[in-house]
Design a protein around this ligand. Structure first.
Ligand SMILES: [Zn+2]
Length: 332
């Protein structure tokens, strides 16, 4: 999951957003089964502004996935997922529509793979000599391998297809990187509580990000750190179709403010939130030119997650990294 840095630039493009989808309606969840899901997965507020609705079939086509919808989802779902913005600023899709292993396999074959990404290199700066490292959603294991140069033990957790390592201090263990159910307790029972726990580009895939971070915090040694990364919603992005920011890939969209709130709600100290700088401006100019030249039918129903304007967003690259620490609190 973490290695699917398939950029939306690889996806189909549209030249304009239909004006009807720019309007925003407000709402408050009412009691009842059908709207029970409209609860913010970060702050639990039921207040939101609706941004639009996305047919999952449209999203899959934009990601280049042609398999029948029922083959690529974790659970059967209604075809539409609504995108709303909570009063806390988190944008989330409801219902959450989560891709299964088949979905990620197909997506990986469409995307491209970057060996050690910016967010992972940034996290390496926080690894201290002799520390233990636990990477949730370790993918091909590049961060785990790189951290082993400094750490005394580096362990990667992922769902399947674990890589092999030549380094004696490196282990890869099959498990639920999303820590669903009792997985955090199981990993703790294996002695995997660590000085540094990392989860790169994982939180935005989850329907319950706060519960995940709370579980991950339990795998951090007292005084240790939890580092997560997510795509920056305020990044520079030319392409108005950002299907990878949508279900069944991503369920939530983040800025610095929600990462800070996430730390507060998980009772962690926020040490730093770092925004990836944008890439070479010449590459940006090149991408603008390519987008301008390419024309496709405007059939995408949502406004883009990230937009090229205002201009300051040109300074923002793909990712945000949040560094949380778990203080040595005295037990009550
Ligand atoms: Zn909220």
């Amino acid at each position: 999951m973490t290695n699917l840095r398939a950029e939306s630039s690889a996806l189909s493009s549209v030249s304009a957003i239909p004006p009807t989808y720019r309007s925003v309606t407000t709402g408050i969840s009412q009691p009842g089964a059908s709207v029970q899901q409209m609860i913010c997965p970060l702050c639990s507020s039921a207040e939101y502004e609706e941004i639009g609705a996305l047919p999952i079939s449209t999203s899959l086509v934009a990601m280049g996935i042609t398999a029948p919808i029922e083959q690529v989802l974790e659970t059967p779902s209604a075809d539409n997922s609504r995108l709303v913005e909570c009063t806390c600023g988190l944008q989330y899709f409801s219902p959450a529509v989560v891709g299964n292993a088949t979905f990620y396999k197909k997506l990986a074959s469409n995307g491209y793979y970057e060996p050690l990404r910016w967010d992972q290199r940034k996290a390496l700066e926080f690894v201290r000599s002799g520390q233990t490292v636990l990477d949730l959603g370790s993918g091909s294991g590049d961060f785990v391998e790189a951290s082993a140069a400094v750490a005394s033990r580096s362990v990667g957790i992922d769902f399947a297809s674990l890589p092999a390592s030549n380094q004696p201090s490196v282990r890869f263990i099959s498990g639920r990187a999303d820590l669903d159910g009792d997985e955090a307790e199981r990993l703790a029972s294996l002695g995997l509580v660590s000085d540094l726990v990392t989860a790169f580009q994982l939180v935005e895939h989850l329907s319950a990000p706060l519960a995940f971070v709370q579980s991950a915090a339990n795998l951090v040694s007292p005084g240790g750190c939890l580092i997560i990364s997510v795509p920056n919603r305020l990044r520079f992005e030319i392409d108005p179709v950002q299907a990878l920011d949508c279900p069944p890939h991503h369920q939530t969209r983040w800025t610095v403010d929600q990462l800070r709130l996430l730390g507060d709600l998980a009772k962690l100290e926020t040490e730093a939130i770092i925004a990836q700088p944008s890439r070479n401006p010449l590459r940006i100019v090149n991408r603008v030119a390519r987008r301008t030249l390419r024309r496709s039918p405007p059939d995408w129903p949502l406004p883009p997650a990230a937009r090229p304007w205002p201009l300051h967003r040109i300074l923002n690259g793909m990712s945000l990294v949040a560094v949380y620490s778990r203080g040595r609190r005295s037990e009550p």
